[in-house]
Write a new protein. Structure first.
Length: 248
């Protein structure tokens, strides 16, 4: 069941989404070459807790980190640990905040300069595809409009859309209905209604769209070892369009 949020709910979800965005603003300031992903995750944990909130990913189905930190070929759900962040890396940081029982969810890709031309183009196109997809959201538009927009944007550049992971409803729980695929056909799928809140979070690969899950049961990597990038916003469907709740 898709939950249409009331004005009271929206106000509280908006605060959590704002904190999630502020967390990534903070991460952008403290991330550095030579740092381990565990060290970055500990800083993120301290920042979220200092704002009287909880990192929602910590302990979620056993996940051991306060954030997902995914480098280069890691598509999503990278577990913070001893891996060192190096110059040239493409680093995806995904955070979900639980502020007074309301959830905010957002992700960004950080480029650790100097990076390759391919890494820069992949990251730019990934963000562009998300931004274009957000513009399709309004009452009466459909889930397929998002996927078609993203797929059309990235495939003409020679990149591919990950199929195994999708956007999702968010707000009262970390993951809610509906599912938001990042590929598909315009005019198909669920119709959006005022009060819906969900994420748009395309994961775009430089090579094939396939992924495989490593032995830790979390870390998803590209099937061919090529780079992957991701951006994510939480979106509210308003009476006349949309609002980006996790905008910086």
């Amino acid at each position: 069941m898709v939950i249409l949020k009331t004005n009271s709910m929206i106000k509280k979800i908006r605060l959590s989404c704002r904190l999630a965005s502020q967390t990534l603003d903070y991460a952008s300031q403290v991330i550095q070459v030579g740092q381990t992903t565990k060290e970055l995750d500990e800083l993120i944990y301290e920042f979220i807790c200092s704002h009287d909130a909880i990192p929602a990913s910590l302990g979620y189905n056993g996940f051991p980190g306060s954030s997902c930190i995914s480098i280069n070929e890691v598509v999503v759900h990278g577990i913070p640990g001893p891996r060192v962040i190096n110059a040239g890396d493409v680093v995806k940081v995904d955070v979900t905040t639980n502020l007074n029982g309301y959830f905010g969810d957002t992700a960004r890709t950080f480029l650790m300069e100097p990076v390759s031309d391919q890494a820069r183009k992949l990251t730019e196109i990934t963000k562009k595809s998300m931004d274009l997809a957000i513009q399709t959201v309004r009452p009466g538009s459909r889930v397929g409009d998002i996927g078609a927009t993203i797929q059309g944007c990235v495939e003409k550049e020679g990149f591919s859309v990950v199929r195994d992971f999708v956007g999702h409803g968010v707000g009262l729980r970390m993951h809610e209905h509906p599912a938001i695929p990042h590929y598909g056909k315009a005019g198909e799928g669920m119709i959006f209604k005022t009060g819906m809140i969900f994420t748009i979070e395309p994961m775009i690969n430089a090579g094939a769209f396939g992924v495989k899950i490593l032995g830790d049961k979390w870390t998803a990597v590209t099937i061919d070892g090529q780079l992957s990038a991701q951006f994510e916003h939480a979106i509210l469907v308003t009476e006349d369009g949309h609002e980006i709740l996790t905008i910086s």
